[in-house]
Structure formats: structure tokens, C-alpha cells
Design a protein. Structure first.
Length: 262
């Protein structure tokens, strides 16, 4: 499932391929993806415009097409973007295709159909209406400490709660907790400020490193949990078998030896 690093990678890809070109058509192949707008209306409003700039908040990507006109993309479980040149054939899972004047196209792909596309007038209003928390990479240490340290419940569930902090999903939450040597079921309200600082640093390190590597799992450091996650994975730090448990409603992988419950 695309989390903050994947969506940031899509944002950079879109910036490097699709900005400033006139949109000549929008082809909707499968309308489940459209939220609160029809295919005809989406095409009508975007045709003749250009994507001017992009903005990411948590797992949402916003692309500005003019004043008070932003395209919002959410990648659901399997969404991604692909820029197609000339006659390159669009993938079977392309759900919406934006065609540009230079005859290239940007395809929104989504195999499992949990993706979302809509138009919004104002990004700030959208975030407020959804009640999304601050972006996980924009948030400062004191704000992070205030949010995480003031909530009772498994620290992993707090990290996953998009209303508190936006952008972290199941896989990177496990990695962040592994790096911070914190058991995912630790009660967040019992974590000291010093340990919250460690968690904050781990959050930044993991998300930024994943972005730098363009979220290519084959290039992730072998010292990361993610490359060993699943059966019969062993902890890259101590070599003991990794454990899994359902925490915060999701399957969590961790090392019971290296990650102590506080
Ligand atoms: Zn270990």
C-alpha cells in the first residue's frame, strides 16, 4: 500500500514528467475511481489546463491545475503513475489517462481499485474536512511529542492514525519502531520525552531514506526490518526469529528481544 515515501516518489515523478503541458483530453477507463465528480465533468474542467505544481500531504497528492482547481490523487492499495510516450500502450490497469499536447500521457494505474481521484477547490479545506493530522515529515519534534505522548494506546496505532499524523502506514510503522527499538504495543502515553525523541528521529530517518531510494525494496538496507519481514524472518540485529501480532488492527512484525515494551 503506497505510504508517504511512495506518494512522495510519485509526486517527484509527476513533477519531472507532467508539469506545464497543456492537457488535451482526460480518458476515464473506470469510473469507480472518481469521487464526487463525473467523468464528463472531470474532462471538461481539466481540458486546456496545465498541471502547474504539486503538493503532498500524508498519502494524498494534490496537483494544481489553476486557481481553486486541484486534482487530488489517493493511491489506495496498489495505485501508481506511469508516464507514457507517443504510442506506448497503456497498462491494462490504467483507470484514468491524462493526455497532453505533446502526445504523451500520464496514466493513473490501480490494480485493486481502492484509488481515488477528485477535484478540490482548496487543499487546506480538504485536509480540515478530512481531519487529517500534520504530515509526518513536516511535523516538528515538540508537536510530535505532544501528539504521540498524549495518547493512550499502542504506539503503533498512534503512528498509523492519519487524524493524528498523516502518511505512515503499516510497513513503515514497523520499520520506524524497529529502528527506535520500541515494541509496537507500548502504551504511547508511557513513553518518555527522550524515547519519543528517538522515535521522532527514527520516523524521519526511515521515511527520508525510503524516499532517497525511491522506495525500491531491493535497495533498502539489509539492516532494515522490511527486508526480513515475514516468515521465517530473522532480526537483522540479533538474529533471533521475528514475531508477528495484530496491533492497531494490522499485522505487525517486530523483534521481541530488541524492541522492549516500555
Ligand atoms: Zn533482535
Amino acid at each position: 500500500m503506497p505510504e508517504l515515501p511512495e506518494v512522495e516518489t510519485f509526486r517527484r515523478y509527476l513533477d519531472s514528467t507532467s508539469l506545464k503541458q497543456r492537457i488535451t483530453n482526460v480518458e476515464v477507463k473506470d469510473s469507480y475511481v472518481l469521487k464526487r465528480i463525473s467523468a464528463r465533468e472531470l474532462t471538461r474542467r481539466l481540458k486546456g489546463r496545465r498541471f502547474e505544481k504539486s503538493h503532498r500531504h500524508g498519502k494524498h497528492l494534490f496537483v494544481r491545475a489553476s486557481d481553486e482547481l486541484w486534482l487530488r490523487l489517493h493511491f489506495g492499495m496498489t495505485g501508481s503513475l506511469e508516464y507514457l510516450k507517443d504510442e506506448e500502450v497503456a497498462p491494462r490497469t490504467a483507470r484514468v489517462i491524462f493526455r497532453f499536447a505533446n502526445s504523451c500521457r500520464l496514466a493513473f494505474e490501480d490494480q485493486r481499485k481502492f484509488g481515488e481521484i477528485e477535484l478540490v477547490d482548496d487543499v487546506g479545506d480538504f485536509l480540515q474536512t478530512r481531519g487529517l493530522g500534520p504530515d509526518a515529515l513536516e511535523i516538528g519534534l515538540s508537536q510530535f511529542q505532544a501528539i504521540v505522548g498524549k495518547h493512550h494506546g499502542a504506539v503503533k496505532a498512534i503512528l498509523l492514525n492519519q487524524q493524528l499524523i498523516a502518511g505512515i502506514g503499516n510497513l513503515y510503522a514497523d520499520e520506524i519502531l524497529f529502528r527506535a527499538r520500541m515494541h509496537p504495543a507500548t502504551d504511547a502515553a508511557r513513553v518518555s520525552d527522550k524515547d519519543l525523541k528517538r522515535l521522532f528521529r527514527a520516523t524521519h530517518y526511515v521515511l527520508e531514506k525510503a524516499i532517497t531510494l525511491k522506495t525500491d525494496f531491493n535497495r533498502l538496507p539489509k539492516s532494515w526490518l522490511l527486508t526480513h519481514r515475514g516468515k521465517p524472518g530473522r532480526c537483522p540485529r540479533c538474529g533471533r526469529g521475528l514475531k508477528s501480532a495484530t496491533i492497531g488492527g494490522r499485522t505487525s512484525w517486530f523483534c521481541a528481544h530488541c524492541q522492549k515494551r516500555i
